[in-house]
Design a protein around this ligand. Structure first.
Ligand code: F6P
Length: 334
């Protein structure tokens, strides 16, 4: 049974992620096929407050699937956090006659959705888009797979120069408070160490000992540590200086930073984005999706309550976490 939806609002919010454009395209094409109008808000939720509205139909989403970033622009929104902000946003949406709002972003953006929902007459649905992959209710977020490949490309290049100079490298990856990116990029690059929140705080003495042990057993060579941002308060460069002094081997830091957010989305991100964008619109039409996120679990598109997306119950693959730790212990003891 089709729910009376004539106009959908759409925005991208928070850290942009490769594949957001693919999700925008899927929403617009699925809506257009049902004769539904889509109004894009620019710069995240700010576009609602500032009336930055861009009507989106088939021509506007032509050939955007391959582009990183987001044609709607993204931002975090202070106004939404102010007293009266959510109510004001809801009032504007109601006045514009928007029957449903779709927000592509992470769990922070979904908290904004829940605040607005208290005053809004329409349905709100989320689509998970962040390179961090730290959203409960979906196995993967849009952008994560591309960010892993981007980090990996950099790590493989760093390995060449690290090997040539027999240096230690600390490569800092993003991921805010979780280690999805660090673990995936570290495993796939064959890094000697991975430092991420799931393994606990950095033990600099342990790290120094491990490097020395590796050098004694295998001679000098490259040694790459993938370190998640926020794991060493003074920063990766300070840790590199400490390790150089302690081990007598040159250690360099390389912070990959925002380059991990850019670039053309890999195939799996485009496909995930297309699936979730289409699913979000179809579930809205069925009236099922209010305050839900359209995610993917075990390969199937699924709805998950927005209120639970920030619970941080999802964890990086436990098997890989254990395996990596055992591997390091074994290989360093040979
Ligand atoms: O949430 C995505 C993310 O790229 C995090 O990995 C990172 O901690 C944060 O955003 C950086 O935010 P900003 O672009 O505001 O510096």
């Amino acid at each position: 049974m089709s729910h009376a939806i004539r106009k959908i609002g759409l925005l991208t919010s928070g850290g942009d992620a490769p594949g957001m454009n693919a999700a925008i395209r899927a929403v617009v094409l699925t809506a257009a096929a049902q004769g539904i109008e889509v109004l894009g808000f620019k710069h995240g939720f700010n576009g609602i407050f500032n009336s930055e509205i861009q009507p989106l139909s088939r021509p506007e989403v032509l050939h955007i699937i391959q582009h990183g970033g987001t044609v709607l622009k993204s931002a975090r929104c202070k106004q939404l956090q102010e007293v009266g902000g959510p109510e004001k946003a809801a009032t504007i949406l109601n006045h514009l006659g928007i029957d449903a709002l779709i927000v592509i972003g992470g769990d922070g953006s979904f908290r904004g959705c829940q605040a607005i929902a208290k005053f809004y007459q329409g349905q709100i649905v989320g689509i998970p888009g962040t390179i961090d992959n730290d959203v409960d209710g979906t196995d993967f977020t849009i952008g994560f797979a591309t960010a892993v490949d981007t980090a990996l490309d950099a790590l493989d290049k760093i390995r060449d120069t690290a090997d040539a100079f027999e240096r230690i490298f600390l490569v800092e990856v993003m991921g805010r408070h979780t280690g999805y990116l660090a673990l995936a990029a570290g495993i796939a690059s064959g890094a000697e160490q991975i430092i991420c929140p799931e393994y606990g705080p950095v033990d600099v003495i342990d790290l120094q000992n491990d490097i020395r042990q590796m050098q004694q057993q295998y001679g000098n060579g490259s040694y790459i540590v993938v370190i998640a941002e926020t794991m060493y308060p003074a920063g990766a460069t300070a840790l590199a200086a400490e390790l150089t002094a302690a081990t007598g081997t040159e250690c360099r830091a390389c912070v990959l930073g925002h380059m991990q957010r850019g670039g053309s989305p890999v195939g799996s991100d485009r496909i995930l984005a297309t699936k979730l964008g289409a699913f979000a619109v179809e579930q809205l039409l069925l009236g099922n999706a209010h305050l839900m996120m359209a995610g993917e679990l075990s390969g199937l598109a699924r709805l998950f309550p927005l209120s639970l997306t920030g619970d941080k119950k999802k964890q990086p693959d436990g098997y890989l976490l254990d395996w990596q730790q055992r591997l390091l212990q074994d290989s360093h003891q040979i």
